[in-house]
Design a protein around this ligand. Structure first.
Ligand code: SAM
Length: 278
């Protein structure tokens, strides 16, 4: 018997076997399934051999506020509600966060059953740094909005991850190359499915691949962090600091060297004093 509450259930992003045992159990016993599209959810239930004898309730972004309260009322009347999206992890570029927020505000029990998520699967396969990454959702369709987003993100020192659709991939690669320039990138396609593919390299290589092989299916685009600025040691600037101390004040020379070589003020100042006293 499931306790009443909201169960956020991840479903497969391609390979049906990626459903977890816990997800199967909750989907089997929850009397109410909140889903993006009832037909897609029912199809998934059929494929997974789950009973269809339950209430499927459509839950969309634009009606989220009203629908959220309806679902919470059902939970408060004793129901377990399972939230699924068409594929993958609910709330990740899919509806649900307002529902969770409302549950929290109203002290309604919420739990998540983790599972497939295209962002994480793509990152794992990309070969790009995973210690810090930023998922930026879908790339906007309009040229200006897309360019604005890229410019906003171009100096962020993490791997960047986007969702993209097949018809827009080449255009996006072309525009991204103008803003991000010489970066390593990776495009993951059809993850966990028969034609799963990850193409990595510079913009020219990856673009050439998809120009020759028409993009088909579902895509995740990833960009490596910006190349880090060359790192300087205090010993590297001894000569130039000495020269500048002959030409300008100690304060100005220290300021210039700090900003030019990205060194700490304390260590440059100490070196400047040492050089002055020599
Ligand atoms: N909530 C889902 C998740 O957990 O990944 C994402 C839903 S979002 C509406 C759909 C987008 O996710 C697709 O357009 C694509 O960019 C990406 N995606 C989903 N499944 C994928 C797959 N099997 N391979 C590559 N990308 C996928």
């Amino acid at each position: 018997m499931l306790r009443n509450g909201l169960y956020i259930i991840s479903t497969p992003i391609g390979n049906l076997q990626d459903i977890s045992a816990r997800a199967l159990e909750i989907l089997r016993f929850a009397p109410i399934i909140a889903c993006e599209d009832t037909r897609v959810a029912k199809k998934l239930f059929t494929l997974l051999g789950l009973p269809l004898s339950k209430k499927f309730i459509k839950y969309e972004d634009h009606s989220e506020e009203k629908q959220a309260q309806n679902l919470i009322d059902l939970i408060n009347s004793g129901a377990a509600v399972a939230l699924v999206s068409d594929a993958g992890s609910p709330l990740i570029s899919d509806p649900g966060y307002k529902l969770v927020r409302k549950c929290r505000e109203q002290n309604v029990y919420v739990t998540a059953i983790p599972g497939a998520c295209a962002v994480i699967t793509a990152l794992q396969l990309s070969g790009l740094p995973t210690n810090r990454f930023m998922f930026a959702g879908f790339i906007p369709n309009k040229d200006k909005a897309r360019a604005d987003l890229f410019n906003e993100l171009k100096n962020i020192d993490t791997t960047l991850i986007f969702y993209e659709t097949a018809p827009r991939l080449l255009k996006t690669l072309e525009q991204a190359a103008l803003v991000f320039g010489a970066r390593e990138i990776a495009v993951a396609r059809e993850l966990t499915k028969m034609y799963e593919e990850v193409v990595a390299g510079d913009f020219a290589t990856v673009t050439a691949h998809f120009a020759a092989n028409e993009p088909r299916g579902e895509f995740v685009l990833m960009l490596a962090p910006p190349p880090s600025a060359p790192k300087f040691e205090i010993t590297d600037v001894r000569g130039i600091l000495q020269e500048r101390l002959h030409q300008t004040s100690l304060k100005t020379a220290v300021k210039e060297i700090c900003s030019q070589y990205n060194l700490s003020k304390n260590e440059v100042y100490a070196l400047a004093l040492e050089l002055k006293n020599e």
